[in-house]
Design a protein around this ligand. Structure first.
Ligand SMILES: [Zn+2]
Length: 494
């Protein structure tokens, strides 16, 4: 298995320290809802973890929660609530999003505020060894004492100095030095320390927590490409200086960033799409397919067309998962082994999920063809579900409900209604019933144009109508709002 290591700038043979892979991924700062950039990063590392497990490694996965930070203090101040309350609220929101996206939980989510003693221990050790110094109630890392500084970002200290990163500070010995401990301002949350009241810097948190929960050397450290410098560079400087053990991390893996149009999706540009907003329109399976369709190291262009296509792809895969092999195990069957090998080949090559997904779709087509020609496909289908669900992390599940005629329907229908990961409210369903009913009436009156218009409009809203001998079948891919449906009904004069 080969993985691309940011540190060497090359693909390297993957050789963890033991068969238990120690994996650390930088977590969130919970001050607002998580966005598509978070979805991409955590889905990518979820699939990497799932694939390692598929290849019979054990994985110990740790992800921190930066529950105290300038951003949390600022936003809590604006909202007039305690920082801890804000952090708690958005930590809960984060886990809701991760669960919705079928991202498996890490083994441990240490919180900065609960790890202060370990953080202080590491900072004190760095001071004792001459790598850090207290100044004005804060503590800074002495970058000039670390000859390796810049090895991950592949930049020299002097080129960084010339760049935008050198922020001056009177207390610092050198503009490039960064804070390990920050003295608290009046009214801010603080913890006691040998250097006075304050709170930990962001970078030291990851060094202290990874050391505490995974040890001196990690096999995989992950994060977005925007964390390479300065965050991960600083993590290396702190960890290797404190333990004296090199390397701190065997393989540094970084995912590409999400773009909206030509711009990076970011809070400062105001072009964020939250995971909750995206999930109101698209299924979790579609989001995973969309994100994993491009290489994890490449930038991902967010697009509605791309997500629509992924949604159709998810439905195609779902049909294959639900298809029945009617041969009863007799006669010739589809050989799935070549697909398994191709899938592994793709994933072994630096987790090439876009190729692996292409193999999965090829296998889906082969299963359909086998079924159409009376060939058995039970084993192939089992492999298909294994790869799609256990590795790619799709749910491939839908709730099929056979609707019985209700009082609110004048035209009875026994056709099934299919909900793909959505649960429309009663209010929404009543309106859709009314629209379907109107369409049936138009068809009976041979007003094909209006019938078609209703079908098209509903399809745009995520409700696909299929005419069956039992009546009109509805496939709900998402649930529109009451307001949207009211607007549509008004347009149609209903
Ligand atoms: Zn980190």
């Amino acid at each position: 298995m080969k993985v691309y290591n940011t540190l060497s700038g090359q693909k390297e043979e993957f050789a963890p320290q033991s068969d238990e892979v120690k994996m650390y991924v930088c977590g969130v700062t919970p001050y607002d809802d998580a966005h598509i950039g978070h979805a991409m990063s955590y889905i990518v590392f979820d699939v990497i973890k799932r694939y390692l497990q598929f290849r019979d490694y054990k994985v110990k996965y740790v992800q921190n929660v930066t529950d105290i930070d300038d951003k949390i203090i600022d936003r809590a101040g604006k909202l007039g609530i305690p920082p801890a309350e804000l952090a708690e609220k958005y930590t809960t929101s984060y886990f809701e999003d991760m669960d919705a996206l079928n991202i498996e939980r890490a083994d441990k989510y240490p919180k900065a505020t609960e790890e202060i003693p370990k953080i202080i221990e590491v900072i004190q050790g760095l001071i004792d060894k001459g790598y850090a110094y207290p100044a004005g109630g804060s503590v800074y890392f002495r970058v000039r004492n670390d000859p390796d500084y810049g090895k991950l970002a592949h930049r020299s200290l002097d080129s960084m100095m010339a760049g935008e990163c050198a922020v001056g500070g009177e207390e610092k010995e050198d503009p490039m030095d960064f804070a390990l401990w920050k003295a608290s301002k009046p009214g801010e949350p603080y913890w006691e320390s040998p250097w006075g009241e304050g709170r930990p810097g962001w970078h030291i948190e990851c060094s202290a927590m990874s050391l505490k929960y995974l040890g001196e050397t990690l096999d995989i450290h992950g994060g977005g490409q925007d964390l390479v410098f300065p965050h991960h560079e600083n993590e290396i400087a702190q960890s290797e200086s404190f333990t004296g053990v090199k390397p701190f991390v065997k393989y540094w893996l970084h995912n590409g960033l999400v773009q909206l149009g030509e711009d990076k999706m970011s809070k400062s540009l105001g072009n964020l799409i939250t995971i909750k907003q995206a999930l109101a329109k698209y299924s979790p399976d579609a989001m995973r397919i969309f994100i994993l369709s491009s290489h994890y190291r490449s930038p991902l262009k967010y697009s509605e067309e791309g997500l629509e296509a992924a949604e159709r792809g998810a439905e195609r895969l779902l049909r294959v998962a639900l298809r029945d092999d009617t041969t009863g195990g007799k006669g010739k069957a589809l050989d799935a082994e070549p697909y398994r090998q191709q899938f592994i080949e793709a994933m072994d090559d630096d987790f090439n999920t876009s190729k692996a997904l292409a193999v999965l779709f090829d296998l889906a087509n082969a299963i359909n063809q086998a079924g159409d020609h009376g060939l058995g496909f039970k084993d192939a289908q089992e492999l298909f579900t294994n790869l799609a669900c256990d590795v790619i992390g799709l749910r491939l599940r839908r709730d099929v409900i056979i609707k019985v005629p209700t009082a609110r329907l004048t035209i009875t229908t026994y056709a099934p209604t299919v909900y793909i990961g959505v649960q429309p409210t009663e209010e929404v369903e009543v309106r859709v019933d009314r629209l379907v009913e109107e369409r049936v009436k138009c068809r009976q009156e041979k007003n094909w144009q209006r019938a078609d218009e209703i079908r098209k409009k509903l399809a745009e809203l995520g409700i696909i109508l299929e005419d069956t001998p039992q009546g009109t079948k509805r496939v709900w891919r998402r649930a529109p709002s009451v307001e949207t449906l009211d607007k549509l009904m008004k347009e149609l004069g209903l």
